[in-house]
Write a protein that binds this ligand. Structure first.
Ligand code: ADP
Length: 382
């Protein structure tokens, strides 16, 4: 394999764009918007970010620190991230509260995905690599770790999620005209495959462009307030939809699914490049259809080998999972019984449960303990 040239360092603008993904869930905005970033210094692979915390003993300090390291560290060319935290002055604090209040008033738009929800966008270069299968089994796997999980089928042309989850329920609109997700396999599920075909709803969907459909789903679905993770099954390939997602949901992060075939990687790299250009961090690569273990224990690499590792290396992200070929994924997909739960001890079941745990480790749920309670007291005392 030819050596991979190290990418150039990001610009200050790139770092600020990445910091827009560091969100204070309760204040409902990002650290840049809230004026918490004091400085950004870039030198020789190291990026130093100054963060002014609302109060020195802010319980979210650890989370903001870790998020800053993760998001800035995901930028190509960054080797080390230093975070220098200081405490805000009284005046800065009241300015921040002013911004937070303003954002709270504006918050009805652009999306209804809670700011405390982690968003994992599952993407691939081309169709047929097992992106939807991965989205479903990953969502079930994360739910089985005790989290509240939603799945959004944004692959509106090839929607297969409802079948994989064994649901034929219809999404209904609540009194406030917002769509209520269907519950299936313990997940909140939204897909165009679940839209009622009554006239009003049909009208709403007619002629919707792909990225518009995503926008509709993000702005008009009433997700549970306590949703820990939202898994989005992205349409294959690159395009407007990645851009739309990073604009609407700056907290979204991408997981790229590929196969071991080395030739499949070029198009997957393009998807990742597109994500990075719109400042969406890439959590890692999942290699699907990795190998086949027959009943006699012999391993066959039917679709070649090394593709996942090669892509991960090229993107400078970890290979977060390798899913073997397993017929229980096909039958489970047809019968609505995801292998990650229903054949949990089979080869794919084990691999998906391991992947779910790894992604929860890399993208931990957001704590809901915040500084606002303490700040309110401080402000009262001012
Ligand atoms: P995509 O969303 O990338 O188009 P799908 O998830 O729909 O791909 O998968 C395509 C087909 O491959 C489906 O029939 C699915 O059951 C099958 N499949 C996916 N992953 C595996 C696997 N690891 N082993 C066996 N079959 C698989």
């Amino acid at each position: 394999m030819s050596p991979v040239a190290s990418p150039p360092m990001p610009t200050t603008e790139d770092v600020y764009a990445a910091l827009r993904g560091v969100i204070d869930p309760e204040l409902g905005s990002d650290v840049v918007d809230l004026g918490m970033v004091t400085h950004v210094d870039i030198a020789d692979g190291t990026v130093e970010v100054g963060i002014a915390l609302t109060i020195a003993e802010c319980p979210m300090r650890g989370q903001i620190d870790a998020e800053t390291r993760r998001k800035v560290g995901a930028l190509p060319g960054v080797e080390t991230v230093e975070v220098v935290t200081t405490a805000m002055t009284k005046r800065q604090r009241s300015e921040l509260m002013e911004t937070a209040r303003l954002r709270a008033r504006e918050r009805a738009e652009p999306t209804r995905v809670p700011t405390s929800t982690r968003v994992l966008a599952i993407a691939s270069g081309k169709g047929g690599v097992g992106k939807s299968t991965t989205s479903v089994n990953l969502a079930v796997g994360i739910a089985d770790l005790g989290f509240r999980v939603g799945i959004l089928d944004a692959d509106i042309w090839g929607f297969s999620i409802p079948r994989m989850l064994g649901t034929t329920d219809r999404i209904e609109a609540g009194e406030d005209k917002l769509m209520i997700p269907v519950e299936a396999q313990g997940l909140q599920v939204v897909s165009t495959g679940l839209i009622t075909d009554d006239e009003g709803t049909a009208l709403m969907w007619r002629g919707l462009m792909l990225s518009k459909a995503l926008e509709q789903f993000l702005t008009q679905v009433k997700w549970a307030d306590d949703l820990d993770y939202l898994v989005i099954d992205m349409p294959p390939g690159t395009g407007d939809i990645q851009m739309a997602l990073s604009r609407l949901l700056p907290q979204a992060e991408m997981v790229v699914v590929t196969t071991p075939q080395q030739t499949a990687q070029k198009v997957a790299v393009r998807v990742a490049d597109m994500a990075r250009r719109s400042h969406m961090p890439i959590v890692g690569v999942v290699e699907n259809m990795s190998s086949f273990v027959c009943d006699h224990g012999q391993t066959y690499e039917l679709f070649g080998s090394g593709g996942g590792e090669q892509l991960a290396e090229q993107l400078a992200v970890p290979l977060v999972g390798q899913i073997p070929l397993d017929t229980s994924l096909v039958s489970g997909g047809d019968e609505g019984t995801p292998a990650a739960r229903h054949v949990a001890d089979g080869p794919a079941g084990v691999a998906y449960r391991t992947l779910a745990a790894e992604l929860v480790r890399l993208v931990p749920p957001l704590e809901d303990e915040t500084c606002v309670g303490r700040m309110a007291k401080l402000l009262e005392a001012m």
